[in-house]
Write a protein that binds this ligand. Structure first.
Ligand SMILES: Nc1ncnc2c1ncn2[C@@H]1O[C@H](COP(=O)(O)OP(=O)(O)OP(=O)(O)O)[C@@H](O)[C@H]1O
Length: 216
């Protein structure tokens, strides 16, 4: 599974509607950049979609959800926790299997931080922590990526490296991005959210930065 077809998506806080009702069809091969100004409803939409598709997706949430006391390895390994029996996960906590160590290390190398494999995530920088959450999502290897501002803490070259890695590893994705240039470069479809509704849904190659800036 990689696409989805959802309708009746709504969210309210304190009795006030902040999103929807809206419908969204994502086809296999759609690499979507979700854009819109702060507070438009992007995170809320990603959360609602994740609630529906759940385990079938790899998620990079804005609040990264790392376990600070555990090393980078174990935080990345968590991406596959539900794919192994309990005994395997318990043993991994004490002494990770060589095959998993090799796989996670290679992934971290691609993200430029394999030397941090055994460092507790508490002692990493914001950008390093963000890359751990990205590694966890890639390691999960689901057919659909849902990511909420996954490169917000990364500098320009690293942001490009991570975006191209995500594009390569996930055929189907929905990624909230506040950087319009990254959104255009690393997507084939742009969805713009304005006041909790879909205000733009278009192939990326038909859009210019100015078209997207109209949402802000
Ligand atoms: N837990 C919450 N309690 C109350 N209101 C909330 C809550 N979460 C989100 N909202 C409101 O819902 C609306 C949409 O928020 P959301 O976080 O989805 O926006 P966003 O487009 O992701 O913004 P940003 O780009 O700043 O992350 C905002 O008006 C926000 O204040």
């Amino acid at each position: 599974m990689s696409g989805f077809d959802l309708s009746g998506l709504t969210a309210s806080f304190g009795g006030e509607r902040v999103l929807g009702p809206l419908s969204l069809t994502v086809n296999p091969g759609d690499q979507i950049a979700l854009v819109g100004k702060s507070g438009a409803g992007k995170s809320t939409l990603i959360r609602l979609i994740h609630e529906q598709v759940g385990r079938k997706s790899s998620l990079v949430p804005q609040e990264l959800g790392l376990v600070n006391a555990l090393p980078v390895f174990h935080n990345v390994f968590m991406g596959q926790l539900d794919k192994h029996p309990t005994w395997y996960n318990t043993l991994t906590l004490v002494r990770p299997f060589a095959e998993d160590r090799t796989e996670v290390k290679a992934l971290l190398k691609a993200l430029g931080m394999d030397e941090k494999l055994w460092i507790p995530t508490a002692s990493l920088s914001g950008g390093q922590r963000q890359r751990v959450a990205i590694a966890r999502a890639i390691y999960r290897n689901a057919g659909l990526l849902l990511a909420d501002e996954p490169v917000s803490a990364l500098d320009g070259p690293l942001a490009h490296l991570v975006m191209s890695l995500l594009t390569e590893r996930f055929d189907t994705s929905l990624i909230a991005l506040h950087d319009v240039d990254l959104a255009l470069k690393y997507s084939n479809r742009i969805i713009g959210i304005q006041d909790g509704q879909v205000a733009l849904d278009e192939s990326s190659h038909r859009l210019s930065p100015a078209d997207i800036m109209g949402l802000y």
